[in-house]
Design a protein around this ligand. Structure first.
Ligand code: TYM
Length: 331
């Protein structure tokens, strides 16, 4: 049976990219497969968070996952730091991870550019910890957004290297997964790259955004002065608006705006108004559930306690087997 795993760093509120890149896919699989979803709090340590904030951030994100539809009865939902077996697997994988290849990872190079004064070994070995997260449960499908593709390729390399070195087929070679389609990249509202908290709060749509905030952000999204030639190629910021629309708006309405773009009659104000309305329809029920769940501390605690137990069971089984394969037999 397929084993599905995905996770996220608890960096604040969930945004549209998190939802459409990873969560939505995961949620539709949880009915059918052995599914693990975790909160990647060890990963957060590369940026040295405050001890006071760490716990609260985990809780915040936990209730947002649940509000999106993650079902703790169906999927194993846990906090990474409650399954310390992952650290041992990370250590084993690091023995076969090469500094040169880690230094070439795009996300690492980007972080070095952003924070040249905090290039720590945890940041460099981020891909091996991520591989450990996945291989810990011998997952073979990993619903993630396009930005994680390179990390998944590395996970496959590490799994293959381990298998070759120990002449085994113990680890499956996991695939980044989106129902056979291309992985998703939700764009930012400022016309630039992907939607991401680190690229600007105003260009990011959060699942907690109140209606007026949501509308303001969308109405301010960057556009140009409009097409002047029929059927012309869309500039990046306009293509981005269409991509965002495809996540929440009905196909026939999108087609009307496509047609209007192609015959140069499009009014971006109308398009944004439509997008804001449809976005609010999508976000509103999630936002309300987040509020309800946030008030239910006991339930949140219970969910992660039980999830942690289930995840540890699976993790300790893997580690026991991995130790044997490596040659650490018990005395
Ligand atoms: P993180 O926390 O940055 O993002 C969580 C998930 O959201 C997806 N995502 C996007 N997808 C589409 N468009 C966007 N604009 C966008 N922004 C974010 C990401 O692809 C990701 O799936 N390294 C991971 C966390 C992690 C993990 C793992 C994931 C740690 N170990 C093991 C899967 C399996 C990360 O930083 O995601």
């Amino acid at each position: 049976m397929d084993v599905i795993l995905s996770g996220m760093r608890p960096t604040g509120n969930l945004h549209l990219g998190n939802y459409f890149g990873a969560l939505k896919n995961f949620i539709s699989l949880q009915e059918l497969y052995d599914c693990y979803f975790f909160i990647a709090d060890y990963h957060l340590l590369t940026t040295h968070p405050n001890p006071q904030d760490l716990h609260q951030n985990v809780k915040t994100i936990l209730c947002q996952y649940l509000a999106c539809g993650l079902d703790p009865e169906k999927a194993t939902l846990y906090v990474q730091s409650s399954v310390p077996e992952v650290a041992e697997l990370y250590m084993f994988l690091n023995m076969n991870a090469y500094v040169g290849e880690l230094q070439r990872v795009a996300a690492f190079k980007e972080k070095v550019r952003q924070n040249p004064n905090n290039v720590n070994a945890g940041l460099l070995t981020y891909p091996t910890l991520m591989a450990a997260d996945i291989l810990l449960h011998r997952a073979n499908k990993v619903p993630v957004g396009k930005d994680q593709q390179q990390h998944l390729e590395m996970t496959r390399d590490y799994a293959e290297r381990f298998n070759k070195m120990y002449k085994t087929d113990y680890f499956p070679l996991p695939q980044a997964f989106n129902f056979g389609d291309d992985l998703v990249k939700i764009p930012s509202l400022d016309g630039n790259g992907k939607m991401s908290k680190s690229y600007g709060e105003q260009a990011t749509i959060y699942l907690t955004d109140e209606p007026n905030v949501l509308k303001k952000k969308i109405m301010r999204a960057k556009t140009d002065s409009g097409p002047t030639e029929k059927n012309s190629e869309k500039p990046q910021e306009i293509a981005n608006l269409f991509t965002l629309m495809r996540s929440v708006t009905k196909a026939e309405i999108i087609q009307q705006f496509e047609d209007a773009y192609n015959d140069c009659s499009i009014r971006y104000g109308d398009m944004k108004k439509q997008l804001a309305e449809d976005m609010e329809t999508f976000v509103a029920p999630i936002r309300e559930r987040i509020k309800e769940l946030a008030a239910n501390e006991d339930y949140l605690n219970k969910v992660v306690r039980l999830g942690g137990e289930k995840a540890r069971e699976s993790a300790s089984k893997t580690l026991k087997e991995v130790r044997e394969i490596i040659g650490f037999h018990s005395f």
